[in-house]
Design a protein around this ligand. Structure first.
Ligand code: ASP
Length: 341
């Protein structure tokens, strides 16, 4: 609670320089993303932008509310991600993109930075909230990842909500799918993901006990084929959390994130290299990922409450809420003046 005392002192106009000395506990924090990609100003109408901001805020409030009431970072991550899985505008849960066969196949993962336990699911088609299933795998199985029918059988055993595959379908994504198919026919390269925004969702939280958790959920990439699994359910690529360093959730061209073990690399640079989360994320996204030809972004939250939103795409749906009183959501790149406080 020292933190609140400090914030009060600052608000009351007392010496700001005292802040660093009294700030001995990392602040409750949650950072989220709703995917990265070709998000330039003008892409959305003001109404659409407002809807994105509203949904990001809802997710932040859900996650932060859990932290404030003394809940764990794992519970906060689940609460925030469920909001975005249920929102049709993000590529996760309802509103997921379509595979080349016109289906929705969902991936998700979660990691607890205190225990280093993790759970993941790949290619599920009937589980309403794949992030909840990832948590079941983490907490109630001796395994880390379940795929397809096996994952769904486990979901039923654990009493999770099962829906018909058509629950995930939205007209908007179906139209994008048809357009992508047409483009692919006309020009092979058009199927490459540069044309797309990614839209995966993720959250990283830090709770009152100083525990970090991170989670990611996605429909994957438009026109993905043959049971393709992306980075989102791969621990170390799409998701990583370790109380000794940081938590990360990724979004972008998954094949690159897997090969570069993006999430793990960032936390390793923080832990072994002594880097700030910002410097570590900059190196991994702006050097390593870029040099290999990939694109996308990450949200990173350090065990001291420091955080970074880092992407080499034009934009990334993102937001933060923490005990310093900071609350912000944004869509486009840094200079686009689109941040809402
Ligand atoms: N990373 C995801 C994947 O490759 C896509 C995304 O971020 O939207 O499946």
């Amino acid at each position: 609670m020292k933190y609140f005392f400090t914030a009060f002192c600052v608000a009351a106009g007392m010496l700001v320089s005292a802040q660093a000395e009294t700030h001995t506990e990392p602040p409750l924090s949650i950072v989220i993303h709703g995917g990265a990609g070709a998000l330039a100003p003008g892409r959305y109408t003001p109404e659409q932008e407002a809807a994105f901001h509203a949904s990001l805020n809802e997710a932040l409030d859900a996650g932060y509310g859990v932290l404030e009431s003394g809940g764990s970072s794992v519970d906060a991550v689940i609460a925030a991600i469920v909001v975005m899985e249920d929102a049709p505008m993000f590529n996760a849960g309802k509103g997921s993109v379509f595979t080349r066969d016109g289906k929705n196949e969902l991936d998700a993962s979660i990691m607890n930075g205190k225990t280093m336990n993790a759970g993941a699911v790949a290619g599920v088609t009937k589980v309403k909230n794949p992030i909840k299933l990832a948590r079941e795998v983490m907490d109630n199985s001796v395994h880390v990842m379940f795929a397809r029918e096996g994952a769904e059988e486990f979901a039923k055993e654990r009493g999770l909500e099962i829906v018909k595959p058509k629950y995930f379908k939205t007209e908007h994504r179906w139209e994008s799918y048809k357009r992508a198919l047409k483009k692919e026919k006309a020009n092979k390269d058009a199927a490459l993901p540069h044309d797309f925004k990614y839209g995966t969702v993720g959250a990283v939280a830090l709770d009152a006990d100083g525990n970090i958790a991170a989670g990611t959920s996605t429909g994957g990439m438009t026109l993905k084929r043959y049971g393709r699994v992306g980075d989102a359910p791969i621990i170390g690529a799409g998701t990583f959390a370790d109380n000794n360093s940081c938590g990360v959730s990724s979004t972008g061209w998954g094949e690159y994130f897997i090969r570069l073990t993006i999430a793990r690399d960032i936390c390793a640079q923080v832990e072994y290299g002594g880097k700030t989360v910002e410097d570590a994320a900059n190196d991994v996204i702006h050097n390593r990922l870029k040099n290999l030809g990939g694109d996308g972004g990450v949200i990173v939250l350090g065990n001291d409450g420091s955080y970074a939103f880092t992407f080499n795409s034009k934009g990334m749906f993102r937001g933060v809420k923490n005990a310093t009183g900071k609350k912000m959501t944004a869509i486009y790149g840094d200079n686009a003046g689109n941040e809402q406080e």
